[in-house]
Design a protein. Structure first.
Length: 446
């Protein structure tokens, strides 16, 4: 409802819609405030309780192999779609007419890091700095080290692990409070987008938008097959289970806005905390499926708009360049423009300044990129968990089929943002099992 109201406000009263931008920005900042400590707590408690260094290594390696394979497929798939639909035909753009001033404003003078720099940046110069700057891969790196150290310490590390375990409860309680204002955040973000860019923007880049969203729809069914074949998960039931998170991600145009809740629901649906804690944050840098589909379509759109005739060899070279530049995109302002500029410079088929042509349409692509990025990471988590034997199939089926689950405690209900329910449970029960029931269906709680 909030997203629909935001669209209405932005369309009827554009200036009012633009003025509501702080609502969306404020909500996203509230969520980002908790992401780094959440990832640290989930990874430390998840890995320390598993206590298996080999398992951690296998999860990491399998995740990276899976990410690389799916990203490569998405890039080449995007290339095929762009060749079939040819969205740039008929534009006949002259590079002298392109205004690049807006590009500088969007990218802020940043650059996509090289491969060596990217991996070196995973190691934080300061642990405090990693948390302060919300550098998720650096937080992940430190959390893995901490978890393995606590695991090796055994009983001596248990008091620290218990403290982190309890602090995780604090984080989830805060998330429950913040999620109560999620509709306001979605309303503000959507009102701003429609107010600033207008529904009329759809017509100017019609074929580009059709190509991207058609490609995304077909790729969705590819993910459906992957989830069913490799993890035994019905993706339609999972989407029904996480519909609020996906609508919020679309409204706020940010998958980070729902990262805590998605991690919580993946754990609730049977994925181990160790797998969820490792795969989801890593996927935000290495598994941007939506961006991987968009980049080759946008690159070939520009080549077609400038009248460049790219051979198959040129296009394959473009895909290889994008395969590298797309890995350093997360957290860099205007990263899609930077990746496309780097690609244009590398292949020399069209002027790098021509990337500014996409400024008018890029914001309209966010919904496609965000939804596919988020869904791709959820599927990856299920697949890796199943490969590692860390997916509780019975629980997954029960949760996705909306079968009855044990009653929540007042603590769980407060953390999920609802009113406390009556009833208690034994103190000896593991907290992970209690957190897992945060999103039990209403009829089960009643």
């Amino acid at each position: 409802m909030a997203v629909a109201i935001g669209i209405t406000i932005g369309h009827l009263w554009p200036s009012l819609g633009e003025s509501l931008k702080p609502l969306g920005d404020g909500f996203i900042r509230l969520i980002k405030m908790l992401i780094a400590p959440l990832i640290f707590c989930v990874i430390v408690t998840g890995i320390a309780k598993v206590g298996d260094l080999g398992s951690v290594g296998r999860i990491g390696v399998k995740a990276l192999v899976y990410f690389q394979a799916v990203t490569a497929f998405a890039l080449f798939y995007g290339m095929v779609v762009a060749n079939l639909l040819r969205p740039g035909d008929g534009f006949d753009v002259d590079s002298a007419d392109v205004d690049t001033a807006a590009m500088e404003e969007v990218t802020g003078g940043e650059e996509i890091p090289g491969i060596a720099d990217f991996f070196l940046d995973v190691i934080p110069e300061s642990v405090v700095g990693a948390f302060a700057e919300n550098e998720l891969l650096q937080v992940l790196f430190f959390a893995v080290f901490t978890a393995l150290a606590l695991s090796k310490m055994g009983e001596r590390g248990k008091p620290v692990l218990d403290l982190i375990d309890r602090f995780t409860d604090v984080i989830f309680t805060c998330i429950g409070w913040i999620m109560r204002v999620a509709p306001l955040g979605a309303l503000g973000a959507m009102a701003f987008v429609i107010g600033a860019y207008g529904l009329s923007s759809l017509s100017s880049f019609g074929m580009l938008i059709v190509a991207c969203y058609t490609a995304a729809l077909i790729f969705f069914f590819v993910l459906v097959v992957i989830a069913r074949a490799l993890a035994g998960v019905n993706l339609f039931k999972f989407l029904r289970y996480t519909k609020e998170e996906f609508v919020l991600a679309l409204g706020a145009a940010s998958s980070e806005a729902v990262m805590p809740r998605i991690m919580q629901k993946l754990s609730n649906a049977g994925c181990s905390r160790a797998t969820t804690g490792l795969v989801v944050p890593t996927g935000y840098s290495f598994n941007l499926d939506g961006a991987a589909i968009y980049l080759p379509i946008a690159a070939l759109f520009l080549a077609q708009a400038f009248g460049a005739d790219l051979t198959l060899a040129d296009q394959l070279m473009m895909m290889l360049v994008l395969l590298l530049t797309s890995k350093g995109m997360a957290g860099v302002p205007g990263s899609a423009f930077l990746a496309l500029s780097a690609t244009a410079t590398a292949i020399g088929a069209f002027p790098a300044a021509g990337v500014a042509l996409l400024l008018g349409a890029d914001r309209l692509m966010d919904s496609m990129r965000v939804s596919i990025n988020l869904l791709g990471n959820c599927v990856a988590t299920f697949v890796i968990a199943r490969w590692e034997g860390q997916l509780d199939m019975a629980r997954m089926r029960a949760v996705l089929d909306r079968e009855e689950t044990p009653q929540e405690t007042a603590e769980d209900e407060e953390r999920s943002g609802g009113r406390p329910q009556q009833g208690t449970e034994p103190e000896t029960e593991d907290r992970a099992a209690r957190v897992a029931r945060t999103d039990a269906p209403p009829h089960a709680r009643d």
